[in-house]
Design a protein around this ligand. Structure first.
Ligand code: 3PG
Length: 415
């Protein structure tokens, strides 16, 4: 038992059917039916190996895509393929989550075998909009379709999905109310590393925030500046543009449209208060880049054209951000600096990641896009710790008990 949660050591798993909730949510290439990054899947392997070697029968549950940010659900077929290669054994896959075929396959599993079910978010009760609208209690989640159909077929529940630990959904928080439950090795490691690090980060401690998940980024900024964990925050990506707009700078009508269309307009107003309180600790871009006629073009803040669409930070900003990273002792990174998937607008992200690779500071990278950038720029070995969680890491830093942690602690006391 660690942190009030049971671990693998607490159970004899031989011959047991274990429902395992993982987070293998990765960017998908729909044309080739493959994944653009497999970092999160790799991170799941040690726990799965340990459990199969001990003779357990594993039923894997995972989500792919979000109904809230991207409207981009996809099946888990490519994940089964990657897992089979990484584990060196067949991972069976079924395009079913709770139906009769899936249930029969679970019943037929033999010791050491693994079955991956399809995207759990194909079941409406697993969706984030459902969660946010209906706020089911954990006891209510234990009565949803997913739990009622699958729990009777299993002996144990295991959660290794630290990256989804901030979600309050039945496959994450419901099974703990009807089955003896424990966390996997990845969950244990992430929880441990992050809590130790947050207690006493080496100073100065810098948070690099970017990407387009504005609500997460602002929650993180407020938290780490408010509790003193961060000495300074670097803001790139859409986060930086929102802050520039809050300062009254022109960021161009296309940039503004993107922010408003994605429902983030309110953050321009909200971040005025953040800037007032912590303005001296927040570093925003001094220039931005866009694409014009297929070419990269940069403009200084103050000289941005009316219809500008910000897609990256500019060269001057890169220098400032790199210098700040190089003079830090701890650096947390969440989110890229711009549209790094496109050659012409990847430079800001690439330069920042180069600095992360070169600095002597303890570096932590979290979140799907940041992990993808780490792989793309070959920095996996140089980053001190890659946390699979983005949103989960952010909520963990706020000091609140994560829903999955609460559910696992409940199970530890109950069974
Ligand atoms: C993530 O990518 O942060 C996790 O997989 C959680 O995904 P979600 O934000 O769609 O719940």
């Amino acid at each position: 038992m660690r942190f009030g949660i049971k671990t693998i050591e607490d159970f004899d798993v031989k011959g047991k059917t274990i429902l395992c909730r993982l987070d293998m949510n990765q960017p998908v290439n729909r044309e080739t039916d493959t994944l653009n990054s497999i970092v999160r899947i790799k991170a799941c392997v040690p726990t799965l190996k340990e459990l199969t070697e001990k003779g357990a029968k594993l039923v894997l549950m995972a989500h792919q895509g979000s109904d809230i940010e991207y409207k981009n659900f996809y099946c888990t077929r490519p994940h089964a393929k990657v897992l089979s290669e990484l584990l060196g054994q067949e991972v069976k896959w079924i395009d079913d989550v709770v139906g009769p075929t899936a249930r029969q396959m679970i019943k037929d599993l033999k010791e050491g075998e693994i079955l991956l079910l399809d995207n759990v978010r194909y079941v409406s009760e697993e969706q984030t909009l459902f969660e946010l609208k209906l706020h089911l209690s954990h006891e209510e989640q234990a009565k949803t379709l997913m739990v009622e159909k699958l729990a009777p077929l299993a002996d144990l529940y295991m959660c290794d999905a630290f990256a989804a630990a901030h979600r309050d959904q039945p496959s994450l928080c419901g099974f703990e109310y009807v089955l003896p439950s424990f966390m996997g090795r990845l969950f244990e490691k992430e929880y441990c590393v992050i809590s130790e690090l947050m207690e006493q980060p080496a100073r100065p401690c810098t948070f690099v925030l970017g990407g387009a998940k504005i609500s997460d980024a602002f929650l993180m900024m407020e938290t780490v500046l408010g509790n003193g964990c961060a000495d300074r925050v670097i803001a790139g990506g859409v986060v930086g543009q929102v802050l520039l707009a809050a300062k009254g700078e022109n960021i161009g009508s296309s940039s503004l449209d993107f922010i408003v269309d994605h429902g983030y307009g309110e953050y321009i107003e909200k971040s005025k208060a953040t800037l007032e309180k912590y303005g001296d600790k927040i570093i925003v871009p001094v220039d931005l880049a866009t694409m014009e006629g297929g070419e990269r073009k940069e403009y200084k803040i103050g000289e941005i054209p009316a219809d500008f669409n910000g897609m990256d930070i500019g060269e001057e900003t890169m220098k400032i951000f790199k210098e700040t990273i190089m003079t830090s002792k701890t650096v947390f990174v969440n989110g890229p600096m711009g549209v790094f998937e496109v050659d012409a607008t990847e430079k800001g992200t690439k330069e920042v990641w180069d600095a992360l690779g070169a600095t002597e500071a303890y570096t932590v990278v979290g979140g799907g896009d940041s992990i993808t950038a780490t792989t793309k720029y070959g920095k996996t070995e140089q980053i001190s710790y890659i946390c699979t969680g983005g949103g989960a890491l952010i909520r963990f830093l706020t000091g609140e008990e994560l829903p999955v942690v609460k559910a696992l602690r409940h199970a530890a006391k109950t069974f």
